[in-house]
Design a protein around this ligand. Structure first.
Ligand SMILES: *Cc1c(COP(=O)(O)O)cnc(C)c1O
Length: 421
């Protein structure tokens, strides 16, 4: 029965062009990466292990500053292994909490303190777990969670697991949220939002959200997975970028994207952190991340905050401007949409699932890898190429992508080449 059921589910996915397969990287995360030619096989053959790899120009990682394979961060990792070995041995409350974790938390608290007075920080193995932890520990039965429509899956899962009531508000709609907050009689109100939306690249109106939080005595949970390291002075994230400060913020930064390693942290009022340590099951009931990971992150934070971080953020901003300038006319010619985004996430909305997949495949034939994102990750009818840029990309890399998209735009838009040119 189970296998029959799963077979039908697989056939339904295939019929809607929604089957997902992994691609195996044979080299480090970088703009030019060796990728197995064949997708991970659905049967027992090990095609992606045995098969040949091909070097592709990639625009899909979240390694926004190019630190995932930076020599100083890799050295930090190795140094961490020499000091602390491979594993932590236990959860944080049992015996797994190391000096490296404590140092990392102290440094992150210092980074966020200008924006969250007296903030403490708590390190998690992943952002997914940090979000589950915050929402389940704070979202008690007395609370109402106000969840932005385009929130990341990990926040949505957190609202599902929490005992709190949940209200969804439309994307970026402050007036709708104001009305919901005004009508709510819960003693605890928690607004939950991504800062940079992961499939669209736009930034939540956090100043307006904070004003609503103050007016309605609510708290504001901000997931800055795509902002920490990439945005703001010294890479301190979206709160620095927008110049916001309040003790009402519960801030989540992830450390596997711009920071280039792994894990996440929550920065918040000390009583919030104390509560998470004592009550958040995704914190308590899991083995602490290897201390070496935290030690490597100390090296990464040094880079992010320093002159190298500034140079990398400046390079990233140049690549974003180059891409958008080249993409706008192509999108117009082909009938694609390029929504506003100032961040490293640049969505090119194609619409149809098959067309988005075909465009992604055509680019791969050109030696370029850009992921096609389909429902349910994005709304039906908005399948897209999610182009992500990195400080490690060169101007030439962006030009190569634009040239390839230009060729496919002419084919897609039924626009004669001389008009599109
Ligand atoms: C990637 C991401 C997460 C999850 O973080 P991980 O450390 O990868 O588990 C959470 N929220 C958003 C918005 C993300 O993009």
């Amino acid at each position: 029965m189970l296998l029959e059921h799963l077979k039908q589910a697989a056939q339904a996915r295939a019929a809607s062009a929604l089957t997902r397969r992994r691609r195996t990287a044979h080299s480090a995360c970088a703009p030019w990466q060796d990728i197995a030619a064949a997708a991970d096989a659905a049967d027992a053959s090990n095609a992606s292990v045995a098969g040949p790899a091909r070097r592709l120009l990639t625009f899909c990682s979240n390694d926004y500053l190019g630190l995932a394979n930076h020599a100083a961060v890799a050295e930090g990792f190795i140094d961490g292994v020499r000091r602390y070995g491979a594993g932590s041995g236990a959860s944080h409350l049992v015996s797994g909490h190391s000096l490296a974790h404590a140092q990392l938390e102290a440094e992150l608290a210092r980074w966020l303190a200008p924006h969250i007075p007296a903030a403490r920080a708590l390190y998690f193995c992943t952002g997914y777990m940090a979000n589950l932890a915050v929402l389940t520990a704070l979202g008690s039965a007395e609370a109402t969670l106000f969840s932005e429509a385009l929130n990341h899956a990990s926040l949505i899962d957190g609202t599902r697991l929490a005992r709190a009531a949940v209200q969804r508000y439309p994307h970026g709609d402050l007036a709708a949220l104001d009305a919901l907050l005004g009508a709510c009689t819960s003693p605890l109100k928690l607004i939950v939002t991504d800062s940079v939306f992961s499939m669209d690249g736009d930034i939540a109106p956090l100043a307006g959200l904070l004003a609503l939080a103050e007016r309605h005595d609510a708290w504001l949970i901000v997931d800055d997975a795509h902002g920490f390291g990439a945005l703001g002075a010294q890479g301190r994230g979206v709160l620095a970028h927008l110049g916001l400060a309040s003790e009402r913020f519960v801030y989540i930064g992830t450390l596997g994207k711009a920071a280039g390693v792994a894990g996440a942290f929550v920065a918040a009022h000390p009583l919030v952190i104390e509560h998470l340590v004592n009550a958040a099951r995704p914190y308590i009931y899991t083995t602490a991340a290897p201390p070496a990971v935290a030690h490597a992150l100390l090296a990464s934070l040094d880079l992010i905050a320093g002159a190298e971080g500034d140079a990398r953020r400046a390079a990233l901003a140049e690549r974003i401007a180059e891409l958008r300038a080249g993409l706008a006319p192509l999108a117009a010619a082909a009938g694609w949409q390029l929504p506003p985004s100032d961040t490293a996430i640049q969505p090119l909305i194609i619409g149809d699932n098959d067309e988005a997949l075909a465009l992604s495949a055509a680019l791969e034939a050109d030696g370029i890898r850009v992921g096609a994102i389909r429902p349910p990750t994005v709304a039906a009818g908005t399948a897209r190429l999610r182009i992500t840029l990195s400080a490690a990309h060169s101007a030439q890399d962006v030009a190569t992508l634009l040239a390839a998209l230009g060729r496919h735009a002419r084919a897609a838009g039924a626009v004669p080449a001389r008009e599109a040119a």
